[in-house]
Design a binder for this molecule. Structure first.
Ligand code: HEM
Length: 413
């Protein structure tokens, strides 16, 4: 069987322009990791499952359970702490700035979320952005080759925040964001059954394949094209996916580990060059998968691909929307409304001074006491419409003071 990966476009990133970021959390605490790993997405190992030949499957990376991903029980987490989430985000930014690992982390998120199937309601059977890629059963799948390196990169940060009840879920890290680019994901589901059917029927055309994958996730042609723009970032490595050159003039010196073939010249910069370069087809050192090329061949895809090649702002806008949609598919939030990390500094609004707030629960005066005070007030010449000619209360205080002095003087005799 021919590998249909060549007939496919694979994973995608999505950016979001909204100020907050929603983060999904751990599975409910009643959901044991054992049942999690054994019952989770039993056939849906990767968004690209159906695109790998048996040969590629055999070349799956071997993940030793000693690495500990998913084999060590994570702390149960009822809810994540926003301060910890913000701090973790800073750590991730530092990681990205020092390791040039944006692309592989984006791909990690995509492949984690890419098992989502809109036709399945139950969670977690429906797959999606839930951090399940850390489990060996998924991680060692050929389609996920190399992603164990991405997991190793984020594991120390995950461990740092896995304290008591404040742990941050893997899914949150897989869906991390970096400055203006939101790196979240979600995707299609391709299960083993689909793989077998596919084998019998032969590989679909690149366009059919893309639609099969992304329609299953509830995404449309526009979103397919926008999300394909994620390949602006990163490289393909033949030793992992079987695609791409071992190195090119754009990758031989890094940054990061040298090698592989990129889709764009500046493969760490997120812009619309992916569309421009595919359209121009002018450089053999730049990768164009069949699923990339078809974006300019299929009449429906082409409308968007042409637009994005011309208009970067529209690409950014559509990409952000598609990615935001993608990254929420299949995710389960705790609390259900998610957690918004708003970066806008909160302006302290001066609180109106309300004296009553500081009173210690004084009781209301009784009616008889009120009448007594009123009578006394009136005996000094005051009334509801007639203020006292002098300061009534000041006079009382002076009288009390004088009496106190007199008493103490008389007491000395
Ligand atoms: C069916 C559609 C897709 C196909 C066939 C596809 C295929 C591929 C292949 C073959 C690679 C090279 C992997 C390697 O050798 O390490 C790759 C890398 C990558 N893919 Fe996709 N992809 C698809 C969709 C997506 C989507 C939806 C995203 C993100 C939303 C995405 C993001 C990436 C990134 C960032 C890389 C670079 C990873 C790195 O540099 O390590 N892809 N993809």
């Amino acid at each position: 069987m021919t590998s249909s990966l060549g007939n496919t476009a694979s994973s995608r990133i999505s950016a979001s322009s909204s100020p907050g970021v929603r983060l999904s959390l751990h599975p409910p605490s009643s959901f044991s990791l054992l049942s999690f790993s054994s019952s989770f997405k039993p056939f849906a190992f990767s968004p690209l499952s159906s695109h790998f030949s048996p040969h590629q499957r055999r070349s799956a990376v071997h993940v030793s359970s000693s690495r500990g991903f998913g084999t060590v029980a994570s702390p149960k987490c009822a809810a994540s702490n926003p301060d910890q989430l913000k701090s973790a985000r800073e750590d991730l930014k530092r990681l990205l700035n020092s390791q040039f690992c944006h692309p592989i982390l984006v791909r990690l998120g995509w492949h984690d979320a890419g098992t989502y199937n809109k036709n399945i309601e139950e969670w977690p059977q429906r797959g999606g952005a839930n951090g399940s890629l850390r489990f060996e059963v998924e991680l060692k799948h050929a389609a996920n080759a190399g992603l164990v390196n991405a997991l190793s990169l984020i594991q120390p940060i995950k461990d740092k925040y896995s304290d008591h009840n404040l742990g941050i879920a893997y899914a949150s890290f897989f869906r991390h964001r970096y400055q203006c680019i939101r790196l979240c994901l979600c995707l299609e589901t391709t299960n083993l059954i689909a793989f077998l059917c596919c084998s019998d029927a032969g590989p679909p055309s690149p366009a059919d394949h893309l639609r099969e994958v992304f329609y299953r996730m509830g995404l449309n042609d526009k979103e397919i094209v926008a999300l394909s723009g994620a390949h602006t970032l990163g490289r393909s490595r033949p030793e992992r996916s079987g695609w791409g050159k071992p190195e090119t003039k754009y990758t031989k010196d890094g940054p990061g580990t040298p090698g592989g073939q990129s889709w764009t010249v500046q493969w760490l910069k997120f812009d619309n060059s992916y569309f421009k370069d595919i359209k121009a087809k002018r450089d053999e050192d730049l990768l164009v998968l069949p699923t990339d090329a078809v974006l300019f061949e299929d009449s429906s895809f082409k409308v968007y691909a042409e637009k994005y090649a011309e208009d970067q702002e529209t690409f950014f806008k559509d990409y952000a929307e598609a990615h935001a949609k993608l990254s929420n598919l299949g995710a389960k939030f705790d609390p259900p409304e998610g957690i918004v990390l708003d970066d806008t500094p909160v302006q302290a609004v001066p609180e109106k001074f309300v004296a009553a707030k500081y009173s210690t629960g004084k009781r209301e005066l009784s009616d008889s006491m009120k009448q007594k005070i009123r009578a006394e007030y009136e005996s000094f010449g005051g009334g509801p419409d007639k203020p006292l000619p002098t300061n009534y209360f000041l006079n009382i205080i002076i009288i009390i003071g004088v009496l106190a002095i007199l008493t103490s003087l008389l007491g000395n005799y």
